[in-house]
Ligand binder design. Structure first.
Ligand SMILES: *Cc1c(COP(=O)(O)O)cnc(C)c1O
Length: 389
């Protein structure tokens, strides 16, 4: 047991940055106003909300009106998928939607719900590296296609999709494109025009902001049916008293993440390669899942033959090392990852894969500690497996 925890699960969540907490605190105590109230406390809250919206719009290269604050990434994905699909169907624009096969469960299950109520869903395949091919999108397009959703960067293997190329195809046909950019924030450019997207999901807790607050960017004119009905907040697109401290935290965290993005991404890229090379060198029968370069600078997803990931994770945890078997949502279930199987891995290889996702607090010593500890853990597990089979 080591006393220092080595946290390599930033794709699941990140710790709140103390500077973000400091920006939030006034709105948790001496500034309790409701932004809809007419009095001075209400106006102060509204002012904070406006400033946050302005800061976020600056990072995304959009207008303030195009930002909808939500209760997180899952809500934003649901609003984008269901909200656009239902609005499009109502306008007679068709009831066919296209998503990639490697989407987060929030998109996959929102699409599955639409299927239950009469929509048709096409799943775009990915290649061995986890990449969507623009030609496959072109081929999947139908006259009644109402929405396309392809994530910017995958949460399990970190693959970065050719969003601008997919956006061009959608634009030619006048079909809105949504991207789940949750994992890209702080790592990749988020300019919505350069990306050519009409809708984009972000959630604060993946970039050192608070949990339970996110946003959906919706390009001006994109049809959108609200999924939470009530008061007229967020320009009638998302009812409910705004999470003022959370939104202030989100905006502060996003601004900080964008400012330091180049140096941060370069530093993590170096640590990531140190980890990948170290593990591939020191663990026999290991491999990297996903493309070596077209991946997030903080993602290393590796397979270790004959070492079941749940067992690897438990042993790593005993050494104070926090990693994951892919998505936090599917760990604990014995189902192999839908992302890895879509990339062509067999069930055995998919259940022997571990995700390390790096972040702010990681140092070279942390990486070296993992590279030092893992080979012994893996060979112990392989010995046990050999004796029990
Ligand atoms: C974490 C995550 C989500 C869900 O965000 P929540 O704020 O936890 O609901 C959605 N998409 C991706 C790619 C994620 O990594």
């Amino acid at each position: 047991m080591s006393d220092r925890i080595i946290y390599l699960d930033h794709a699941a969540t990140t710790p709140l940055d103390p500077r973000v907490l400091a920006a939030m605190l006034p709105y948790l105590s001496e500034q309790p106003g409701n932004p809809s109230s007419i009095h001075q406390l209400g106006r102060a809250a509204l002012h904070a909300l406006d400033d946050a919206r302005e800061a976020v719009a600056l990072v995304l290269g959009c207008t303030r009106k195009e930002i909808i604050f939500t209760g997180g990434g899952s809500e934003s994905d649901n609003l984008a998928i269901k909200g656009v699909a239902l609005a499009q169907r109502q306008r007679g624009k068709g009831s066919h939607i296209i998503i990639s096969v490697i989407e987060h469960d929030a998109v996959r299950n929102a699409a599955a719900y639409l299927e239950q109520i009469g929509f048709t869903v096409t799943l775009l395949p990915v290649d061995r590296a986890g990449l969507v091919r623009p030609d496959d999108l072109r081929a999947a397009m139908r006259p009644d296609t109402a929405l396309v959703s392809v994530m910017y960067a995958n949460n399990e293997v970190g693959t970065v999709q050719p969003i601008a190329a997919l956006g061009a195809i959608c634009r030619e046909r006048g079909v809105p494109l949504h991207t789940d950019a949750v994992q890209a924030a702080g790592m990749l450019p988020l300019d919505v025009d350069a990306l050519g997207v009409d809708l984009m999901t972000l959630t604060a807790h993946k970039f050192y902001g608070p949990k339970g607050v996110g946003l959906l960017y919706a390009r001006h004119g994109t049809p959108l049916t609200p999924q939470i009905n009530g008061g007229g907040q967020e320009r009638r697109r998302r009812a409910g008293t705004e999470n003022v401290p959370g939104i202030v935290g989100l905006a502060t965290a996003l601004t900080m993440a964008e400012e330091r993005r180049p140096t941060y991404a370069a530093r993590l890229h170096g640590l990531r390669d140190r980890l990948i090379d170290g593990l591939l060198d020191h663990v026999p029968q290991s491999w990297l899942n996903g493309d070596r370069e077209l991946r997030l600078p903080n993602n290393a997803n590796l397979g270790f033959a004959f070492a079941e990931s749940e067992s690897v994770l438990l042993l790593l945890d005993q050494h104070g090392i926090c990693a994951s078997s892919g998505s936090a949502c599917s760990s604990g279930s014995l189902e192999p990852s839908h992302v890895l199987t879509a990339m062509g891995l067999g069930v055995d290889a998919a259940t022997c894969s571990v995700r390390f996702s790096l972040g702010q607090g990681n140092r070279a010593e942390d990486i070296d500690a993992v590279v030092a500890a893992l080979p012994t853990l893996i060979s112990r597990l392989r010995e046990v497996a050999a004796h029990t089979s």
